[in-house]
Write a protein of this length. Structure first.
Length: 130
């Protein structure tokens, strides 16, 4: 259960409706997901987050599928069920297969395990890596 009310379009103030309309247009949908509806309780936070998402997730040096897959890995590692589901769906829509997801999770799990070993043992960083 959400800790805040989910703001539906009909109940939204005008600045929230503007962002909702931008989200729907950018994503080619008539639907606003619960993440945005929760953030709409603070219109400035909603705007700032949407602007950040548009900028960071736009095509760049990394293609959109790679960005979504990184988002899935980080979300899984952080234990965010909502973002893991949301960005897995987005990555699948961009072409991620089940085999790619399984390999991604294996890489994320390995990185978490070896990070814990390196951090726990306080291994000095090799000069060649700097």
């Amino acid at each position: 259960m959400s800790l805040v009310k989910l703001v539906e379009y009909a109940d939204a103030v005008s600045e929230v409706r503007v962002v909702y309309d931008e989200i729907k247009k950018a994503r080619g949908t008539d639907w606003i997901n619960n993440f945005w509806k929760a953030l709409a309780n603070d219109p400035a936070l909603l705007r700032r987050t949407w602007d950040d998402v548009r900028q960071v997730m736009a095509p760049g040096a990394l293609d959109p599928l790679v960005k979504e897959m990184v988002y899935v890995a980080v979300s899984a590692t952080n234990g965010c069920e909502y973002c893991t589901h949301s960005h897995t769906a987005a990555a699948r829509a961009k072409g991620m297969t089940d085999a790619m997801l399984m390999e991604l999770m294996a890489v994320a799990a390995l990185a978490n395990a070896t990070n814990r070993l390196a951090n726990g043992l306080r291994i000095p960083v090799d000069e060649r890596f700097r």
